[in-house]
Design a protein. Structure first.
Length: 430
């Protein structure tokens, strides 16, 4: 089968059921927070070295300031699991800046050797993940490395960042052999089970080079998944464009990486936060289209998490606590023929979940032709009255009465138990 026609299948239950993960972008760029020597970047903040053309030796000096006194891996992982409802965490072990957020023997440009804190951040996270039974994946920038003379430097933001371009082409293999593969071995050997390696921006990597990275990973941890951004369509699952929600359900395993504001790394200037309602709706849409939502936070240099991120994630977490049955482990949902601003749907065998996102007096699901045996409010198990009927125009309709005390409420989920295995949405007829 042509690679392009391949339907990605991780064959891993945890990935298919997880639905919601936490992305963490943290590195030296977090110290700058989008500003260097009085100059602001208007691009994503973790790209500041590239966007503002900061010379390598100047940028490297940032490490001397990295001392995250407020970073508490235990608290963060506990929170992600118990309050925010995430099922896995993906942490930047090395982003394009080239700095390792763990103790590396391959390069002293790492968080233990080059900073005053001498803390192995990855070790702290890995221990917390083990303690709370949280899956841990690692972001690793395999192509771009702005610190290594042989790493790629992208100009994809329209910015002529470097004069190192010729060299990088000829010596990329050297960087791959000496830094990438060796560092992959380190992160896969020294930190316990790693559920996935989140490769990114493959650039011009050849099929052979992508495969070399995969082989390096799988030889050490055969169950470790490979993100779509290994390039050449060799990933175990599809990684959708950043913040790009597929309009329709997609076949196979996929994940959408996304930001809470407009940047991945911490920025002092970006206050364009999505609302909890935005995130809840996005989560349900992604899940109903068969994907996982990998939602990002960008800790500050001191290790604290921006308050605005926590505020949003707390509300989403509350929704998941009450309505998680309608999210985790659900399946790709048939496309409902109408655009409703007050509802989104998810499903599993013999169950259709109606996520009610705006206040309603009653729920009318026009063209839903299922036989519903019971309607249950997920947050308290209360049974609701339900009728399966026909409209005077001759269309099937399911009607659920909403009790008075719920009529002003939004963000709750009703589970419809179905005689049929799957949701039946009739096509629109005139
Ligand atoms: O260039 C990176 C970016 O900094 C960020 O890490 C995102 C996350 O998906 N990936 C790349 C751009 O797609």
């Amino acid at each position: 089968m042509n690679k392009i026609d391949r339907i990605p299948d991780t064959k891993q239950k945890w990935f298919k059921e997880a639905k919601y993960g936490l992305f963490i972008h943290w590195g030296l760029y977090s110290i700058l927070g989008g500003e260097y020597k009085g100059q602001k970047t208007d691009y994503i903040s973790e790209w500041i070295m590239n966007s503002l053309d900061i010379p390598v030796d100047e940028y490297e000096k940032l490490a001397e300031q990295f001392d995250p006194v407020n970073f508490d891996a235990d608290k963060l992982v506990k929170r992600a699991k118990e309050e925010w409802g995430m099922k896995y965490i993906v942490f930047t072990s090395k982003h394009h800046e080239g700095f390792a957020m763990y103790k590396s023997e391959v390069s002293s440009y790492n968080v233990v050797d080059a900073t005053p804190c001498h803390r192995d951040i990855l070790k702290e996270l890995a221990e917390a993940c083990r303690k709370y039974d949280m899956k841990l994946g690692l972001y690793y920038s395999q192509s771009q490395d702005w610190d290594d003379p042989n790493g790629y430097i992208s100009k994809s933001n329209g910015h002529e960042a470097t004069n190192r371009e010729e060299k990088k082409i000829s010596d990329f293999q050297k960087y791959l052999d000496e830094k990438v593969k060796s560092q992959l071995k380190e992160i896969l050997t020294n930190y316990g089970d790693i559920c996935l390696i989140w490769f990114d921006t493959p650039m011009d990597m050849t099929v052979e080079q992508s495969q070399e990275c995969i082989d390096t990973v799988k030889k050490i941890q055969p169950n470790c998944l490979i993100s779509g951004r290994i390039g050449n369509q060799l990933g175990d699952y599809m990684t959708i464009g950043d913040n790009y929600l597929p309009r329709l359900p997609l076949d196979g395993d996929w994940e959408m990486p996304a930001t809470l504001n407009d940047t991945w790394g911490y920025s002092k200037f970006d206050h364009n936060w999505k609302s909890p309602e935005d995130i809840i709706r996005l989560l349900i849409k992604i899940v109903s289209r068969g994907g996982n939502y990998l939602l990002n936070i960008g800790p500050k240099a001191d290790g604290s998490i921006p308050e605005e991120s926590c505020r949003v994630l707390n509300v989403v977490g509350k929704y998941l606590k009450e309505n998680g049955e309608g999210i985790y482990g659900t399946k790709k949902t048939p496309v409902y023929p109408y655009e409703l601003d007050w509802a989104e749907f998810t499903c599993r065998e013999h169950k259709l979940y109606v996520h009610v996102l705006k206040p309603r007096k009653r729920l009318e699901l026009l063209n839903c032709a299922n036989h519903v045996t019971r309607a249950v409010l997920l947050k308290d198990g209360r049974r609701l009255d339900v009728v399966c009927d026909m409209t005077c125009e001759g269309d099937a309709v399911v009607i659920i009465d909403i009790p008075n005390e719920l009529r002003e409420e939004k963000n709750y989920c009703v589970c419809l138990e179905l005689e049929e295995e799957t949701a039946i949405f009739d096509p629109i007829r005139g």
